[in-house]
Structure formats: structure tokens, C-alpha cells
Ligand binder design. Sequence first.
Ligand SMILES: [Zn+2]
Length: 441
Amino acid sequence: MAKTVLFSNYTIVTPHQEGPVTISENAFCVVSGKKITYVGTDKDEAERNASKNGEGDYYTYEGKNKILCPTFANAHGHTPMSIFRNIADDFSLQNWLFGEIIPREDRMISDDFYYGNLLTLAEMIEGGTGCVANMYDGAFEICKGSLESGFRIQQTVMGKKCQDGVWSVDKAGVEEFLDYLKTNDSEGLLKPSLLVHSIYLYPEDFYSPLNELALEYKIPVSVHISETLTELENCEKSYGCSPVKKLDSFGMLTDTTVAAHCVHLSEEDRAILSQRKVWVAHNPSSNMKLASGMANMVAMQKDGIRLCLGTDGAASNNNQDMFMEMRLASFMAKGTTLDPTVLKAEDVFTMATRNGYQACGFYDAGVIEEGMLADLQIIDYDCPQMWPLGNPLSALIYSCGPKCVESTMINGQFVMFKHELKTIDLEKVKAETAKTMQRLK
Ligand SMILES: [Zn+2]
């Protein structure tokens, strides 16, 4: 296919870098190379732009009954955990994590990270997701698969070692990972972050060295915060304050930090998260499934906290469907406040797109504007589930699902075109991950 694509006559739904979500009917969008070079309703101008950028050669893709919108950026995932799908359910978080998941993770081999990640990326691409903030070990296997798939990812590096129960920072490991990114990521698909699992996994005196590591190498911190009442109570017992306050005391909460869950927050916690401009990744499905509780999104929104949306891993969700997360986030906020006007379609759509990309460090993606990276999805609304369309934004949040995603483009490349995955051999990935599940059962 030509390197320049003219999306012709689409309904374009997008948030903006500044301002509200807009809906443009009969609109055009030109993608050339990695970037969007034209957006608007002037057909002649769009064709001129495509012709100029494509040096006379471009592919026109007609948009009858189709919506063009940004792909989703899933702001909290553990991609290899698809290999644990549906094998440890209906447990409390503590029993699930320490009794079921960690013992299996201890037996993982490098292929499990590689194929588990690819399986999740395939699911994400089919569901219109083009980017993920991924918190997991196996950075090299995960990044290799992500580059092969053309998938955008903010990947954690461990940055630490534990020997005989003693933790130490691993500078060499961080440097090796940063070198890998520099050498292999010529397309600009990858960004690093530092894995700081939570306030409860490491001894108190290890958090400052971890924070110094993040500062030294200028890498964002990725952390779970106040996911359960148990975590909150234990933190109060050990440190006399909340996880937010404790992590803040180490300087770990900044405008690049992605804090997952944040279910149990005090007013003071929210003020800190707002002041530090932390990205809070809301995980409605996982929080409900593990009975962690309901995050108070309306209070967080009122306090000006920067909000995004994630699925969490497939072992606690058990899918990677961002449409479901948008819908649940909105419904949970409405249901718990008895106010149907809160967390509107526009709010959750912006959380799932622009905000998610920014949380992952990609400030030049997640909106359909000229000069932005071409991470786009095509929704085919010529199906009973979405017909008649009505308000296109409402349709995306309240009617749409992964099966309505017809094509997905990341960095200007179709990674799925007309429902066909272009960069992942799904049958091979399915065969490998089925074997893994048998081994780790
Ligand atoms: Zn998580």
C-alpha cells in the first residue's frame, strides 16, 4: 500500500490538544509516513495534500458508514499476563496475587513474556488500542515483540535486584535497556518507565534509591497506589500515613508518574495527586472483579487530577477491551453518585485516547490533528449494534465494541486492515500461549 493514505468522507471524532471533543461529518484526513498531514472537510484541499505528500501516489480509503477516531492508549496493563487468563478467578487481590499469580510468574521463561505479550497486542489491535503503559518484567522480549508488531508501548524496566532478601538498584540493567531502545527503536514506538510495584513490596529504605534511579536516568515511575483497603490499612499501620503520602515523601509522585487504581483516597491524597500532576490510571473492571472497590472518579475529576483509563492485566479483567472500560467507568460513576450527568461520554473518551497517550509520554498522539502521529482506528457502524448511529460520540462509548473496529493504524502503518492482522501471526501465538498455559497451570 502507498505510504500516503487519504481517508475520504469519514465521520471524524476526536479530542483535541486544547478544547473539547469534536465530531466532523463528511471529513477527510491525510496520513503521510508516520504523521497526519491534513484534517478537514475540504475534499480538494485533502486531495492536493495527499498528492503533494505522496508525490502523486496515494491510497484512497472511502469512509461510508465509518468513524475515524484516535486509537486508545491503555494506561495500565501487564501484557504477558494473557497466559494467566481465566485460571485464577474469584479470589481476593492478596490471595490472587500471592497465592495464584506470583508462584506461576516465578516459573515463566523468556518465550512466555514474548508470546504472552504478542497475544495481548493482537487483542488490543483488534479492539482499537494502539498503545499501552506496560508494567512487567521481560522488557526485552516485550519490546522485541512490540517493535515487530509496530505497536506503541511505554515499557517498565525492573531497575532492581533481590538477592537473599536484600534489594539493590540495578543501574547496569537500566543502562542496557536504554541502550536497547536507542539502538532498536528507530520508529519512536517505545518509551521506558521504572517499575515500582507498590508501597507494600519493598522495604522502606529502598524507595529513595529507586527514586534517585528514576531521576538519574529521567525515566517515569509506574506504580500501583491504594488499590485495596488492606494496602491502605497496612500502610497506615507501618508508616502512619497513606500510600500516596508515603510515596510522595520519597519524591516519587511527579507529572510523569502513572499511578494505577487509586481506589481508596482521602481528600488530602487527592490534593497531592492533583498538585503533583500525577496520571491516575482508572481500572474499573479489575477493581470490581477483585472487589477492590470503586474509585471516586467524580471527586478526582473535580480536584483536577489528570485521569486516564486502563484494563489491568488479563488475569484480573479478563480481557483488554477499552470500550468496556470506558462504558464501565462512566456507568460506575453515574451509579455511585446517582447522577447520570457525571463522567460523560466525552470525559471517558478523552481519558482513553489523548490522556492515555500523554500518560505514556506520547504528547504527539491521541488526537486527530495535523502534525500528530497517525494512530487511528476505523469503526464500521454498518452493523446492528451501532445502527442507527445517532450521536457518534455516544455510539462509541455506549454501543460500540471491539468487533466494530475494522482497521487499526499505528505510526501511519495499518497493523490491522479490514479485520486482518498485518503484523502478528496469531495462529502461531495462539499455539505457543496454549502450550504455556498448560505448563503453568
Ligand atoms: Zn496492575
